[in-house]
Design a protein around this ligand. Structure first.
Ligand SMILES: [Ca+2]
Length: 189
C-alpha cells in the first residue's frame, strides 16, 4: 500500500511539475560608472560618475525555449549616436549582436565571432534602445545561434559625439579598460 501511495505521489508531482521555463538572471549594475574617452593625442580616459546618459543600472536576461532576451534599465536613455551591443558565448559558438543608432535609421546586426565575424542572416533579431526612454532590450532567436543549450553574455551601451565616446560595460565588476565581462552560464528553458 505504501509503495502504491508513493507511486501515486510521484505521478502527482510529475503531473503538477511546470513545463520547462526560461532560465532568468538579473544583475544590478553600478551607477556612475560610465567610461569616457575624449579624442586627442593622447586620448583622455576617465570614469564620469555624474554622466547619466547611457549608464546601465539593471540587466534582466531570460533564456527561453525559442530566444534569448535581455532587457536593461538606464539612468538616462540615449537619443542618437548610440550602440547597444551584446557578446554571446554558447556551447555552439560565439556571436556578437548589436543595435546601432547612427544616422537616420537603426541598424541591427548579428555576427558570427568564430567565423571571421561573418554577418548572420537573422530576420528574427529584434532590439530597441528607446529614444527618450530609460530602457532598452535585445532579443536573439536561438535558431540564429545554432540552438545553444548554454549561454553567457556581455552587454554594453556605447554613445559617441564628435569629441568623445562613452561606454558602460554592464557586467563589469571592478577592473578597468575595455575587457568584456560575461554573465554566469544560463541554460535554455
Ligand atoms: Ca552602470
Amino acid at each position: 500500500m505504501r509503495l502504491l501511495l508513493t507511486s501515486l505521489s510521484t505521478l502527482l508531482l510529475l503531473a503538477l511539475a511546470p513545463a520547462a521555463q526560461a532560465e532568468t538572471w538579473s544583475h544590478t549594475d553600478t551607477s556612475g560608472d560610465v567610461h569616457v574617452v575624449e579624442y586627442g593625442d593622447p586620448p583622455l580616459e576617465y570614469y564620469e560618475p555624474a554622466r547619466k546618459r547611457g549608464d546601465i543600472t539593471e540587466v534582466n536576461a531570460a533564456f527561453r525555449a525559442k530566444r534569448f532576451l535581455v532587457e536593461i534599465d538606464l539612468r538616462q536613455g540615449v537619443k542618437r549616436d548610440a550602440i547597444l551591443a551584446m557578446g554571446l558565448k554558447g556551447d555552439t559558438g560565439r556571436w556578437h549582436a548589436s543595435l546601432s543608432y547612427v544616422g537616420k535609421h537603426p541598424h541591427l546586426q548579428l555576427d558570427h565571432w568564430d567565423q571571421g565575424w561573418n554577418n548572420v542572416f537573422c530576420p528574427g533579431l529584434r532590439a530597441e534602445l528607446l529614444k527618450g526612454e530609460d530602457r532598452g532590450w535585445i532579443s536573439v532567436p536561438n535558431n540564429c545561434l545554432d540552438k545553444p543549450r548554454k549561454l553567457r553574455f556581455s552587454l554594453r551601451v556605447v554613445t559617441f559625439t564628435d569629441d568623445l565616446n562613452t561606454n558602460d560595460e554592464a557586467l563589469r565588476e571592478g577592473g578597468k579598460g575595455y575587457r568584456e565581462w560575461y554573465s554566469p552560464v544560463l541554460r535554455r528553458g
